[in-house]
Design a protein around this ligand. Structure first.
Ligand code: SAH
Ligand code: SF4
Ligand code: F3S
Length: 469
């Protein structure tokens, strides 16, 4: 399907030509394949972008290394969600200066959500002269062209063109994992939650073509991937302007029909677009993990309104109640923000009571971080960081108690687990249940990447221990 977001084939062909040209240049300059160090910060969507960046680099003739020390190209794929995330990147980029001294031909490149902000691009341009290449989220498919220009002109390349966004199909993917695959189904966001930078750096919401998604899923299933995670800032609004048979619940059902032994996950669901229909689809599809990540952010209606979330506490709890009724074993997780500008302690207590009601398996908890350019950045924020820290601790203590109560119920029960790797301790493996609880047990390394049944013997709060049955 060609829509206004699709990048023309001619442009993609041009990039293929650049990739070939880079390959030729590299083979004339290097006796062994040059090494790229690619590091991605932020969400799974960014990780998935990183896999495509690596796909392009591999096409250009790069191989990969785990450390920046001996790299010929360092690429940081950045995140801008909180100030702390940005500070980390600036720190790590600063540290690269020394490598440039020992290897003047090293190419240092930055891309992702952080660089898409004009203010950050300016800082990099003016204060980080050793950074060779800076590009934003909307032009990442031009990586071959950028690298070619860096290699051949020796000049800095900066392209942070703003746009509503695009959809690029056909970029090669070099997946990080061998049994877990990330599949983006939509990009961008239209929700403009008042605290959030994503809509500014990722462009407008746009969905990938249904068949393109299906084909990618079929491909990874045929390659033996065991866990497929469908990605988007708001997967529930996938194809929301198209007829029902193309929307998210239909996509889940269609993927569920694909033959093979694999599990389907998705993130993130926005409560605003979460429907009973979606929960029905989840309940009815045997391959869909009974795990719902449904960020509520705050339990207080006034705060939710100020956050521009477009649902209230009552609606959120209705969805949760329906979900638990349909899927009694459901594991629910969420994101929550503490100390949104103007939030009072009384209002924060509504967040605590909501957590107590829903009984989450786990929570991603964040103290509000002001993001320049967002609406909340300019809101009066009288509560001190220290005070917010005290609230934060109260929240995490509560969640710790609830998580412990939940995992205690797992004792003596058997779970189907996807074994993910080795754990600390001789002969120990680590895996995850459908509900996304980490489970550790003794076993052979050959089990990694397969499903196995594990009986819980010793549940702790965040990790449960068990034995293979
Ligand atoms: N699209 C997803 C969330 C993506 S960002 C959704 O709407 O649910 C992941 C999480 O980061 C958010 O859910 C929110 O809890 C947190 N977050 C985003 N911006 C933030 C900010 N400025 N300060 C603190 N936390 C933030
Ligand atoms: Fe950010 Fe809200 Fe969009 Fe999520 S839905 S990415 S929190 S603006
Ligand atoms: Fe960060 Fe961008 Fe994801 S801001 S959380 S990497 S969409």
């Amino acid at each position: 399907m060609i829509d206004k977001f699709s990048v023309p084939q001619k442009e993609l062909d041009k990039q293929k030509e650049y990739a070939e040209m880079v390959r030729t240049v590299l083979s004339s300059r290097f006796t062994q394949a040059p090494k790229a160090f690619v590091h991605t910060y932020g969400c799974q969507g960014n990780v998935s972008d990183g896999e495509r960046l690596k796909g392009m680099l591999a096409e250009m003739g790069y191989e990969f290394t785990d450390t920046p020390e001996n790299a010929d190209l360092v690429l940081y794929n950045t995140c801008a969600i909180r100030e702390h995330a940005e500070d980390r990147v600036f720190g790590n980029v600063g540290a690269l200066k020394q490598y440039k001294k020992s290897n003047p031909d090293l190419i240092i490149a930055l891309c992702g959500c952080m660089t898409q902000q004009k203010s950050v691009a300016e800082i990099l341009k003016n204060s980080y002269p050793f950074v060779d290449l800076v590009f934003g989220t909307h032009v990442s498919y031009k990586l071959p062209e950028f690298i070619y220009k860096c290699l051949c002109t020796g000049k800095r390349v900066i392209d942070v063109t703003d746009s509503d966004g695009n959809i690029v199909e056909g970029i090669p993917v070099r997946r990080d994992g061998t049994f877990k695959a990330w599949i983006p189904i939509m990009y961008g966001c239209n929700n403009f939650c008042s605290y959030c930078i994503v809509p500014y750096v990722r462009g407008r919401e746009r969905s990938r073509d249904f068949d393109a998604v299906m084909n990618e899923v079929k491909e990874v299933v045929s390659q033996g991937y065991k866990e497929i995670t469908l990605l988007g800032q708001n997967v529930n609004s996938y194809n929301k302007d198209l007829p029902e048979e193309k929307r998210f619940p239909a996509l889940l059902r269609a993927i569920n029909e694909i033959e093979g032994d694999f599990i389907i996950r998705f993130m993130t669901s926005h409560p605003r677009d979460c429907t009973f229909e979606l929960l029905d689809a989840m309940a009815e599809c045997d391959k869909v993990a009974k795990h719902l990540h449904l960020p509520f952010q705050s339990g207080n209606d006034r705060v939710l309104k100020e956050m521009n979330r477009h649902y209230d506490r009552k609606r959120y709890l209705e969805l949760i109640e329906y979900a638990y009724k349909k899927m009694p074993e459901l594991s629910v997780t969420s994101d929550v923000i503490v100390g949104f500008p103007g939030e009072s302690y009384e209002e924060f207590k509504d967040t605590l009571s909501l957590i107590e009601r829903v009984k989450y398996t786990s929570l991603f908890t964040f103290i509000f971080s002001p993001r320049p350019g967002t609406k909340a950045y300019d809101m009066p924020d009288p509560v001190s960081r220290k005070e917010k820290g005290v609230w934060f601790k109260e929240l995490t203590d509560l969640q710790e108690r609830i998580a412990g109560e939940r995992t205690a119920l797992m004792k003596e029960r058997t779970y189907r687990v996807l074994v993910e790797g080795e754990a600390k301790g001789e002969g120990m493996l680590s895996g995850r249940t459908e509900g996304n609880v980490i489970i550790e047990f003794p076993g052979e390394k050959s089990l990694i990447g397969t499903f196995t049944d594990v009986k819980v013997t010793n549940p702790r709060t965040w990790i449960v221990y068990g034995e293979k049955v």
